[in-house]
Design a binder for this molecule. Structure first.
Ligand code: 4H3
Length: 244
């Protein structure tokens, strides 16, 4: 998987992507992350990338030309010359685990980070193939949203996260919230770890974990129960919660 990030602030990406699984995966060649400065594709000596909005209004907008030139330069270096071009914006499709899984199927992803009041509409209509939002709030730039996308997607690339299992059993991967997790000591300040987890009975432990995922999802995010794959036993347990 190769990420190509277009930004006016390349240095923002130095530290968040260093350290941890991302750095290891980059070192092993499993991941590539190239940061491109949009300003390198401005059309004039003053390296202008923004301009006043037609029709008036506060602030500035990002001009189309530097963005089109930057994306086209990146595309020219991508075998086959085609990759999704993702614009990060509050107006985009909400990033979910499912959306991250879809994105993780790609060999290349181009991420466009807007600044100012936004980008010229022709970028959205004729350059971006996707528009993604990491949540319903406005940031001063798309960079932090791009980093969230990189983290959420990269960890799904086989081999990036240690044991594939941990990537699969996280919250949302089962479509449910994750069950409670405990580690040593078995008693801490009088708070006991549930006995079942100390029993070594893996069948019962799996059943307890599934039920606790269902309970937690029912209590905190019942909306997820509509789309999560549920067995008959799951549904019976949820019914028992409803009757409480
Ligand atoms: C993404 C980008 C929020 C998100 C963003 C999000 C700056 C887009 C500028 C940038 C526009 C102003 N804010 N929720 N901001 O994913 O280019 O919106």
């Amino acid at each position: 998987m190769r990420f190509h990030v277009l930004t006016l602030f390349p240095r923002m990406f130095d530290s968040p992507l260093s350290g941890g699984v991302i750095e290891r995966a980059r070192a092993s060649g499993l991941l590539g992350i190239q940061i491109h400065d949009i300003r390198d594709h401005s059309q004039d000596r003053r390296r202008t990338v923004d301009d006043y909005p037609f029709g008036g209004g506060p602030g500035m907008l990002m001009k189309p030309a530097p963005l089109f030139e930057a994306v086209e330069a990146v595309m020219a270096a991508i075998p086959g010359g085609a990759a999704p071009v993702v614009l990060l914006s509050p107006q985009g499709k909400r990033l979910t685990q499912r959306v991250a899984e879809e994105m993780a199927q790609q060999d290349h992803l181009v991420l466009v980070c807007g600044r100012y009041e936004g980008v010229d509409e022709r970028v959205r209509q004729h350059l971006a193939t996707d528009e993604i939002s990491i949540g319903d709030y406005v940031l001063s730039g798309g960079e932090l949203a791009a980093m969230v996308v990189i983290e959420a997607v990269a960890r799904l690339v086989p081999g990036v996260v240690g044991s594939c299992e941990s990537a699969l059993s996280d919250s949302f991967t089962t479509g449910l919230l994750e069950h409670p997790q405990y580690t040593r000591p078995a008693e801490f300040r009088g708070w006991q770890v549930p006995e079942i987890l100390l029993s070594g009975n893996h069948g019962q432990i799996a059943r307890w974990r599934r039920r606790e995922s269902l309970r937690r999802t029912y209590e905190r995010r019942p909306d997820l129960l509509e789309s999560a794959p549920l067995t008959g036993e799951d549904r019976e347990f949820i019914e028992s919660l409803r009757r409480l």
